[in-house]
Design a protein around this ligand. Structure first.
Ligand SMILES: O=CC(=O)O
Length: 326
């Protein structure tokens, strides 16, 4: 690998001290949020920045990619790729890596946690105890999870891990995905409305792309219905948020467990007073163990790239063909 001072790595947003320290051991790290005038900073450092590190908050859009002529790799501290202009990266031969696998279990665990929290009113009953209301009477009955039908939107790594967990709760699993998976015995619905009409809990676990933007629209929400529960551990923009809010307020949807929102960290305040809703601050992969593994993977991918080796977790890798010597 070249001398570390020769390789500029631009962090697009604050991520973690552990990651920063890992990057600083091998690279010259620039933290974009430290610069008031970002355009001026990029203009004066564009010739030394060869890598961008992003996350689910900020990545590399077309404008950033175009402003960095020496950019060779974008490594994101996320499994989601929606903050990266992948088409631009392919066009420019820029490699892209993400952090799949290491976070799958945590995200699937949290999806189940959200289901239980909504159906069994865990957060609401905790508030009941803390506010002293228990002394005046028992908390009301909640809803059983075991045996419910669970529909999964997006049967990738995370969707599959959610399904496996839900099976242990004796749930019937069905799903919709780009394609039916021949290896799975779960019922496949080619369309999300049919999936939503035939399940009690709909878990949103697909990636955000132009095709899936607001895929959970009013029709899907109405198909899920007043006894149905929506769980979103994907991206806020997969759901039509204003429609979700009105369905919850009007009682057209039974409940929701949401880890992600359209305008994070903004969350529609109309949801704050609803006891059938559990709201989390985008923490599905946020455990000490997993975040460390994600950071190690980001650093490992950059090291692999600058040592002209195959990426550990490649997403876009046509750089190999053009620029890497055997
Ligand atoms: O949102 C988190 C991720 O994409 O990893």
């Amino acid at each position: 690998m070249d001398n570390k001072n020769n390789i500029g790595v631009l962090m697009a947003c604050p991520i973690s001290t552990y990651l920063e320290q890992g990057l600083e051991k091998s690279f010259k790290v620039f933290k974009l949020w430290h610069f008031k005038d970002k355009n001026q900073f990029i203009n004066s450092h564009k010739d030394s920045i060869q890598a961008v590190v992003g996350s689910s908050v900020a990545g590399a859009d077309a404008e950033l990619i175009e402003s960095l002529p020496e950019l060779e790799i974008v490594a994101t501290y996320s499994v989601g790729l929606d903050k990266i202009d992948l088409a631009k990266c392919k066009e420019r031969g820029i490699r892209v890596a993400n952090t799949p696998d290491v976070l799958t279990n945590d995200v699937a665990d949290l999806a189940i946690g959200l289901i239980l929290a909504v159906l069994r009113r865990i957060c609401e009953s905790d508030r009941y105890v803390r506010s002293g209301k228990w002394k005046k009477g028992d908390y009301k009955l909640s809803t059983k999870f075991t045996g419910k039908s669970v529909g999964i939107l997006g049967m990738g790594r995370i969707g599959t891990a959610v399904a496996k967990r839900a099976e242990a709760f004796n749930c019937t699993i069905s799903y919709t995905s780009r394609n039916e998976k021949s290896t799975l015995t779960y019922k496949y619905y080619p369309n999300i409305i049919d999936l939503a009409s035939n399940c009690q809990i709909l878990v949103v676990a697909c990636s955000l792309t132009e095709e899936t933007r607001r895929i959970v629209n009013r029709q899907v929400i109405d198909a899920l219905g007043p006894r149905g529960v929506l769980i979103n551990i994907g991206r806020g923009l997969l759901v039509d948020e204003p429609e979700l809010v009105s369905a919850l307020i009007e009682g057209r949807l039974g409940g929701a467990g949401l880890d992600v929102f359209e305008h994070e960290p903004e969350v529609p305040e109309e949801l704050f007073g609803l006891e059938n809703v559990v709201l989390l601050p985008h923490v599905a992969s946020a455990t000490v163990e997993t975040r460390k593994a994600m950071a190690d993977l980001v650093v490992g991918n950059l090291q692999a790239h600058f040592e002209k080796k195959p990426l550990l977790t490649p997403v876009v890798d046509n750089f190999v063909l053009k620029n890497l010597q055997p």
